[in-house]
Design a protein around this ligand. Structure first.
Ligand SMILES: *Cc1c(COP(=O)(O)O)cnc(C)c1O
Length: 385
C-alpha cells in the first residue's frame, strides 16, 4: 500500500493557515538581538525574559540533528512528549469519528489524550509475555478504515521490555561489540533467519497501514536496541517520540521531541501553539544536550543500579517475578502487592502500584544506589516481620 499523507490528515489542519507570530515573520535566529531595534512583538524593552522565545527552537534542533544524524526539519520540539501525543490526535484524528490502537498494559496518556480529543481507542493487549500481537493488530487495521494511529511504546512502560526492534542486525552487532567482539562478526545462520523475520514483520506492519505508527522511545537511552529514528527513511508513516524527562534528568523543563518526515513535522509546527517551549527550558535543554558525557555517565550509573536492584528484588520469596528491564524502572510481580506498596509508603518510600493494570505488580523507578539500598532494606524488614 502506498502511504498517502493527505488522505489521513484532518481537512481543517491540511487547510490551516497558521498564526503568524512576530518571531516567525522576522526570524531572529542567527542574528545578534543587541544589534537590532526590536519593536515588532509588543514586548517590554527591559528584563531578563522580556523577549518571546524562538518559536522553532532552532539551536536545539541543530544540536539534536547532529547527534541523531537527521535534518533539523525532521524534528519537532514540544512542551514534553505529552504535547506531541496531543498534537498527533489533533492533526490526524477526527473527533467523534476516528479510532486509534493501543497495546496495553502501556503508558496511560495515549488513552487520556484520546478521550480529551473524543477519539475512540481499540485495545490490542500484549500477550502474557508482554509481546505485541502483530497479527491481531494487522487484522484490526484491515477491518477498519478509521484507525489513524497505532501507539507502540518501546521500551514499554510499565513492563520495561522492547516491543519492536528497528534492526536486529545492528542490535546483535552492538551487543557483541559491547562484550569485546568485532563490530562486523559473521552471523550464525539461525540468527540470519530471525533478522529476516523481524524485517518482514516491520514491513508488514508499516506497509499495510495508511495511518501513523508512533514509536514512543521515552526510555530509548536505557536499551542497546537501535532507535527507530534510523528507520525514518524507510517508513514515511513513522513518528518517533523521545524526551528530556528520563535519561537527561530534565522532567521539570518539560521538553520532548517528535522525529518524522519533514512533511509530518511541518504539520506539527503549524498546529502547535506559536511559543510552545519557553526560553528558560530552551536554554537549559541546549546546555544539557551539549553535555553528552554527563548524560552518558548517568545512564551507565542507572543501568548499574538497575542490575543491583533486580538482583536483590529477586532474592525475596514474596517477589514472584522480576521482569527484565531495558528502561530506568523495574516491574515485579509481588504477593500482596498493595500491602507491600502501603508498607513502603508508610516508610516514606514511594513506588508505583501497577496492580490495576497487571495483577499484583509494583514498579520501582531506579534511583541512586543509596535509594536502591533503602528499598531493599525496607523489603527485608517485611520479611522479618
Ligand atoms: C515518561 C514518559 C514520557 C515522557 O513524557 P514527557 O511529557 O516528555 O515528560 C513519554 N512516554 C512515556 C511512555 C513515558 O513513560
Amino acid at each position: 500500500m502506498e502511504f498517502n499523507l493527505e488522505n489521513i490528515v484532518r481537512k481543517n489542519i491540511w487547510n490551516l493557515k497558521p498564526y503568524s507570530s512576530a518571531r516567525s515573520e522576522f526570524d531572529l535566529y542567527g542574528s545578534d538581538k543587541n544589534e537590532l531595534t526590536l519593536l515588532d512583538a509588543n514586548e517590554n524593552p527591559k528584563g531578563d525574559l522580556n523577549r518571546y522565545p524562538d518559536p522553532l527552537q532552532s539551536s536545539i534542533k541543530e544540536e539534536l540533528a547532529k547527534q541523531k544524524d537527521i535534518s533539523p526539519n525532521q524534528i519537532f520540539v514540544g512542551n514534553g512528549s505529552d504535547e506531541a501525543i496531543d498534537l498527533l490526535y489533533r492533526i490526524f484524528c477526527e473527533p467523534g469519528k476516528d479510532t486509534v490502537i493501543t497495546c496495553p498494559p502501556t503508558y496511560g496518556m495515549y488513552e487520556v489524550s484520546a478521550a480529551i480529543n473524543d477519539v475512540s481507542v481499540l485495545k490490542v493487549p500484549l500477550n502474557d509475555r508482554f509481546e505485541l500481537n502483530v497479527d491481531e493488530i494487522l487484522e484490526e487495521i484491515s477491518a477498519c478504515a478509521d484507525i489513524k494511529l497505532l501507539w507502540i511504546c518501546s521500551p514499554n512502560n510499565p513492563t520495561g521490555n522492547v516491543l519492536l526492534k528497528a534492526d536486529l542486525k545492528h542490535d546483535w552487532q552492538a551487543q557483541n561489540y559491547t562484550r569485546g567482539g568485532m563490530m562486523d562478526m559473521p552471523f550464525a545462520p539461525e540468527f540470519e533467519a530471525e533478522m529476516l523475520e523481524n524485517q518482514r514483520q516491520l514491513d508488514r506492519l508499516f506497509g499495510s497501514f495508511n495511518g501513523i505508527i508512533v514509536v514512543d522511545e521515552a526510555y530509548q537511552d536505557f536499551t542497546e536496541n537501535m532507535s527507530f529514528i534510523k528507520r525514518l527513511e524507510d517508513y514515511p508513516n513513522l513518528v518517533v517520540l523521545q524526551t528530556m524527562s528520563k535519561a537527561h534528568g530534565m522532567a521539570g523543563a518539560r521538553v520532548g521531541f517528535a522525529f518524522s518526515s519533514p512533511e509530518i513535522i511541518e504539520l506539527f509546527n503549524r498546529t502547535k501553539p506559536p511559543y510552545n517551549v519557553n526560553e528558560l527550558s530552551q536554554k537549559a535543554v541546549l546546555e544539557a544536550l551539549q553535555n553528552e558525557e554527563k548524560t552518558k555517565n548517568e545512564i551507565e550509573e542507572i543501568i548499574n543500579n538497575r542490575d543491583f536492584l533486580m538482583e536483590h528484588l529477586n532474592s525475596f520469596n514474596f517477589i514472584k517475578e522480576v521482569y527484565p528491564s531495558e528502561a530506568n524502572f523495574v516491574l515485579a510481580k509481588v504477593e500482596n502487592a498493595t500491602q507491600v506498596y502501603n508498607y513502603l509508603r508508610d516508610k516514606g518510600i514511594i513506588i508505583r502500584n501497577r496492580s490495576s493494570q497487571i495483577e499484583d505488580t509494583l514498579r520501582f523507578t531506579v534511583g541512586t544506589m543509596m535509594e536502591c539500598k533503602a528499598v531493599i532494606t525496607a523489603l527485608r524488614e517485611i520479611k522479618e516481620n
